[in-house]
Write a protein that binds this ligand. Structure first.
Ligand SMILES: Cc1cc2nc3c(=O)[nH]c(=O)nc-3n(C[C@H](O)[C@H](O)[C@H](O)COP(=O)(O)OP(=O)(O)OC[C@H]3O[C@@H](n4cnc5c(N)ncnc54)[C@H](O)[C@@H]3O)c2cc1C
Length: 500
C-alpha cells in the first residue's frame, strides 16, 4: 500500500490524464480537448516546455541576453512543427550562414571553406562520401516507424556505430567526421555506445544521412521568441487544466491477474505476463503532489528514461520492466557565448565550424532576432552576437569535473580555434545541459543500448492497458526532435479519440 494513497489529494475526474507538459504532452492535451475530451495535464516542473526552455544570461554591465537552454532549431522536413508554429501565430527566422565555414583538422590546423564538404584530403573526402552513400542506402531501406523491420536490423543493431565505421574504412579522419553527425551531433553518446541501427534510424527519420550532414538543412530556422513559446502558447489553450509542480510519482492503472499469485513463495497477484485490451479505456489514477486525477486513459508524455521514476500499481508487465531499463539519455553541454558584435562576420566567417573529435565539435552563429534582444528593436537583428557550441558525452563529463575558471578557459580556447582570438573575450558566457535536472537527466534525448532497438523497440509505441506513450524519443519522423514530440502527442490523442 502506498504512502501517496494516504495523503490528501484534490481528486479530479477527466477522460484523460496527461503526464508531462513538454511539447508532446501539451499537443496531446490540446488535440484531445479539441476532440471534445476532458483532460488534466500534470507537470513536474514549475514551467511548461520540458527540454525547450527560454533562458537568460547577464553580461558584465547587468544587461540580460536571451538564450535557448534546450531545443531550438527546425529543419524543412519537420513540417508538422512548422505548420503548428504558423497556426499558433509564431514566426521563424533563418540561422545566419553568410561567409566561410571553418574546419579544424585532427592535427589542429584551421581551414576556411564553403559548401558542405570539409576541406581535407581527396582520399578522406572520397571516404566520407562513400560512407555517407552507404548510410543513405541503409536509411532509404528503413521505415523510421519500424526500424526493427529493416532487413539487416539484427546485424546492424549488434554492432556499434564506431566498429561498423571501422569495418568499412581505415581512414580515421573520415570516421571521426562521419561519426560526429550522429554520435556527438545527435545521440550525444560516444559512437562505441550505440548501434548502427540507431544511427540509421536518425538518418532515416531526417530523410537521409546526407540531410544530417547538411547543417543548412538540419539547423535551418529558429522560432522568434524561442522554441519554448510553442509550449507556452499551447498551454494557454489548456488553461486551468494544466497543473504545474505536480510530479506524478504513482500511477494506478490495472487490476491484477489472480493467476499470477504464488502462495508458496508469498508473491501477490500482479500483471507480470501482460494485460488484455491494450489501448482500451480502463481506470487510472495519477497521483501528483497535491492533485490526483481519475481518468479512463493516461498519456505518459515523458522521456522513456523517466518511466521508472513512477511507481506503477500494479507494477508494469515484465516486458516493459525490462525494456525500460535499456533506454538512456545522452549528454551534451550547450555553450552560449555573447559578444559586443558578431565579430566573425566582419572577418568573412559564417560562425559555423566543425572539428570531429575536438572538445567543442561544432559552433554556429546563434544571434537573436526579433523580440529576443537585449536592447529591443523589433524586426531587426540583435546588435550583440551570439555563438553556440556543443560539447558532447565524455568531453562534457570532463568539463563538469574541472574548476569553473579552467573549464571556461578551455572552452573559450576551443571557440577561438574556430573564430580567432576575439572569441576568448565574450561579455557573457553560459553553459546549459539538463543532466542535473531531475525531470530530464541528460540531453538531447534517449536511445537504446546496443541491441535494444531491435529487441524492444516494437513495444515503445504500443499502449500498455490504458497507458499510451508520447515523446520525441519514440517518434518516427522528427525522432528526438520537437517535431517528433508534436507528431507523437497528436497521434496518441487521435488514437484515444478514435476509441470514443
Ligand atoms: C540542449 C538541448 C538541445 C536540443 N536541441 C534541439 C533542436 O535544436 N531542435 C529540436 O527539434 N530538438 C532539440 N532538442 C530535443 C527537444 O528539446 C526534445 O525532443 C523535445 O523537447 C521533447 O519533447 P517531449 O514533450 O517529448 O519531452 P520533454 O520536452 O522532455 O517534456 C517532458 C515533460 O515531462 C515532465 N515530466 C517528466 N517526468 C514527469 C513526471 N513523473 N510527472 C510529471 N511530469 C513529468 C518534464 O518535466 C517535461 O516538462 C534539444 C534538447 C536539448 C536538451
Amino acid at each position: 500500500m502506498s504512502n501517496l494513497n494516504e495523503r490528501k489529494h484534490d481528486v479530479l475526474e477527466r477522460d484523460v490524464v496527461v503526464i508531462g507538459a513538454g511539447p508532446a504532452g501539451l499537443m496531446a492535451a490540446r488535440t484531445l480537448k479539441r476532440q471534445g475530451h476532458s483532460v488534466a495535464v500534470l507537470e513536474a516542473r514549475n514551467r511548461v516546455g520540458g527540454r525547450t526552455w527560454n533562458g537568460k544570461v547577464q553580461d558584465e554591465n547587468g544587461i540580460e541576453h536571451f538564450i535557448e537552454l534546450g531545443g531550438q532549431w527546425i529543419s524543412p522536413d519537420q513540417t508538422r512543427l512548422l505548420d503548428l508554429v504558423e497556426e499558433l501565430g509564431l514566426e521563424t527566422f533563418q540561422r545566419y550562414r553568410e561567409g566561410a565555414s571553418v574546419y579544424v583538422a585532427p592535427d589542429g590546423t584551421r581551414h576556411e571553406y564553403s559548401g558542405t564538404t570539409f576541406p581535407t584530403s581527396e582520399q578522406t573526402i572520397s571516404e566520407m562520401e562513400r560512407l555517407i552513400g552507404i548510410m543513405d542506402e541503409l536509411a532509404g531501406e528503413m521505415d523510421p516507424a519500424n526500424p526493427w523491420a529493416h532487413p539487416k536490423a539484427k546485424e546492424l543493431d549488434t554492432i556499434s556505430f564506431r566498429s561498423w565505421l571501422e569495418e568499412h574504412s581505415d581512414d580515421s579522419e573520415a570516421i571521426d567526421n562521419v561519426s560526429i553527425y550522429v554520435a556527438s551531433g545527435m545521440l550525444t553518446k560516444p559512437a562505441h555506445a550505440f548501434s548502427t541501427l540507431q544511427a540509421v534510424l536518425m538518418a532515416s527519420s531526417a530523410g537521409s544521412f546526407s540531410n544530417l550532414v547538411d547543417e543548412d538543412f538540419i539547423l535551418d530556422r529558429r522560432v522568434v521568441g524561442g522554441m519554448q513559446s510553442v509550449s507556452q502558447v499551447l498551454a494557454e489553450e489548456i488553461g486551468d487544466d494544466l497543473f504545474l509542480e505536480e510530479p506524478v510519482l504513482e500511477l494506478h492503472w490495472s487490476d491484477t491477474d489472480p493467476s499470477t499469485a504464488d502462495e508458496l513463495n508469498n508473491i501477490e497477484a500482479d500483471v507480470r505476463n501482460g494485460v488484455g485490451g491494450n489501448g482500451e479505456a480502463g481506470d487510472v489514477i495519477a497521483y501528483g503532489k497535491n492533485v490526483a486525477v481519475k481518468a479512463r486513459y493516461a498519456v505518459l508524455a515523458i522521456p522513456p528514461n523517466l518511466y521508472n521514476r513512477i511507481s506503477f500499481v500494479p507494477p508494469m508487465p515484465r516486458d516493459q520492466q525490462i525494456a525500460h531499463q535499456h533506454i538512456s539519455m545522452g549528454l551534451v553541454i550547450k555553450v552560449h557565448a555573447i559578444y559586443e558584435t558578431p565579430f566573425w562576420r566582419e572577418n568573412g566567417l559564417s560562425g559555423t565550424g566543425f572539428g570531429g573529435g575536438r572538445l567543442v565539435q561544432e559552433v554556429y552563429d546563434n544571434t537573436n532576432y526579433g523580440k529576443n534582444f537585449a536592447e529591443s528593436t523589433k524586426g531587426q537583428e540583435d546588435p550583440y552576437g551570439t555563438i553556440v557550441g556543443f560539447i558532447s558525452d565524455v568531453f562534457a563529463e570532463e568539463m563538469w569535473h574541472l574548476p569553473e575558471n579552467e573549464r571556461k578557459e578551455r572552452i573559450l580556447d576551443a571557440l577561438a580555434d574556430y573564430l580567432g582570438h576575439q572569441a576568448k573575450t565574450p561579455i557573457a558566457f553560459y553553459l546549459s545541459d539538463m543532466a542535473a535536472e531531475e525531470w530530464t537527466r541528460g540531453a538531447y534525448a534517449t536511445s537504446y543500448d546496443l541491441g535494444g532497438l531491435s529487441r524492444w523497440g516494437q513495444l515503445q509505441n504500443q499502449p500498455t492497458g490504458p497507458i499510451y506513450y508520447a515523446c520525441s524519443d519514440i517518434a518516427a519522423e522528427g525522432y528526438q526532435h520537437v517535431d517528433g514530440a508534436i507528431r507523437q502527442g497528436e497521434m496518441v490523442a487521435l488514437s484515444i479519440a478514435g476509441k470514443g
